[in-house]
Ligand binder design. Structure first.
Ligand code: SAH
Ligand code: SF4
Length: 359
């Protein structure tokens, strides 16, 4: 009956209660937690310090994970790997690993871009995920499992996951509770143990959740997908702007910075001759020049349902120059894994097309 429940969906105290019900000694919960989140086992059999009867009980009641790999691609340079996973309910999600080599300024990093929902209901027109519509929320276990998959893969090469961004499929703040419970598992010093500052949640701009997040008292970074500095332009490609117009969004951002004293990142997909104008750069700079923030300029990744191109490099430079004039910190995010469709939702989109043409 219970067999469809994933052990990864249980919190520490959920496991504790289950063990109590089974009349097991208290220390077993810690043992199981370590097998799951420190030793990253893939079967109950491997939990060798548990009595065989308990292992069997677990086996009968729970499953260990439910992500099936459908597509597994690595870029030519070997630095980007992208997986399309299939989950119960016949839905697919993406999780990407990006390796950044060591430079003078920064250490080597393995950043995972993970999904929080299958599909997305927010319908941003430039986004492949948005173009595909919403399927369902991911459970906290399904979110954490994406990370565990890559932890195991990297461990094979004596390597590890260093950073996580919630920039895959879905809107993390539309699945707030499950995302926060996944964040707690990822940062639990008793478990996976990633530093909260290594995590970034990206939101389309759900103002109430931004304010709620400000009160969580955690060091997780926050990124806001802004993409336009006027309601008129933003509303054209981001339907969410009707619900939370820019002034309201900015109010929530200011509250966040005030409450946390943490820097916000604004994401800005550079769309040629649409939002890369002098006027937009100026409006943007005027609104955020006194805010503790950083602007990430991301050349648009072309998608099927959006007939625009990435900005010319010269236009990006001109845009940056204006931000610099106002003293707004900014950078251009390097595009990675283009040869394997590593932008949000693109692999899934491609898969759907192939499925349709195969039918
Ligand atoms: N739903 C969240 C997180 C997932 S999208 C959000 O919208 O913030 C992660 C980032 O990729 C967002 O900033 C999103 O706006 C951006 N993005 C989506 N499609 C893109 C595209 N085609 N080109 C460049 N950036 C894109
Ligand atoms: Fe959803 Fe983010 Fe894509 Fe918008 S950009 S459709 S919020 S995943």
């Amino acid at each position: 009956m219970k067999k469809s429940i994933s052990l990864y969906d249980l919190s520490y105290s959920d496991i504790q209660s289950q063990l109590q019900e089974w009349k097991q000694p208290k220390f077993r919960v810690q043992q199981i937690w370590e097998w799951l989140y420190q030793k990253h086992v893939v079967s109950f059999e491997e939990m060798t310090n548990l009595p065989a009867t308990l292992r069997q009980q677990l086996e009968d009641a729970y499953i260990l994970g439910r992500l099936d790999t459908v597509i597994d691609l690595t870029s030519k340079d070997g630095l980007t790997r992208k997986i399309l996973f299939e989950l119960p309910g016949n839905v697919r999600i993406e999780a990407v690993k990006m390796t950044y080599k060591e430079t003078e300024k920064s250490r080597r990093r393995n950043t995972l871009c993970i999904s929080s929902q299958a599909g997305c209901a927010l319908g941003c027109t430039f986004c492949a995920t948005g173009q595909g519509g919403f399927q369902r929320n991911l459970t906290s276990g399904e979110i954490v499992e994406q990370v565990l998959f890559y932890i195991r893969e990297l461990a094979k090469k004596d390597d590890r996951v260093t950073n996580i961004v919630f920039m895959g499929m879905g809107e993390p703040f539309a699945n707030y509770d499950n995302v926060m419970s996944a964040v707690r598992k990822l940062t639990d010093p008793n478990g996976i143990g990633l530093g909260a500052r290594r995590l970034t949640i990206s939101t389309v701009g759900l103002a109430p959740q931004i304010e709620r997040f400000a009160q969580e008292n955690i060091q997780v970074n926050l990124a806001i997908s802004l993409h336009a500095a006027t309601d008129e332009l933003r509303g054209k490609s981001m339907p969410v702007n009707d619900r939370y117009p820019i002034a309201e969004l900015m109010k929530a951002c200011r509250k966040y910075v005030q409450a946390t004293n943490r820097r916000i990142s604004f994401e800005w997909a550079m769309i040629n001759r649409v939002n890369d104008t002098v006027q937009q750069a100026t409006f943007l700079a005027e609104q955020i020049q006194d805010l503790l923030c950083h602007v990430n300029l991301i050349p648009l990744n072309p998608t099927k349902g959006f007939q625009h191109q990435a900005s010319d490099p010269l236009r990006i430079k001109a845009f940056q120059a204006i931000l610099n004039d106002y003293g707004v910190p900014n950078s251009v995010r390097a595009r990675k894994g283009l040869d394997i469709n590593a932008a949000c939702g693109q692999l899934s989109q491609q898969y759907d097309v192939e499925l349709k043409s195969a039918q």
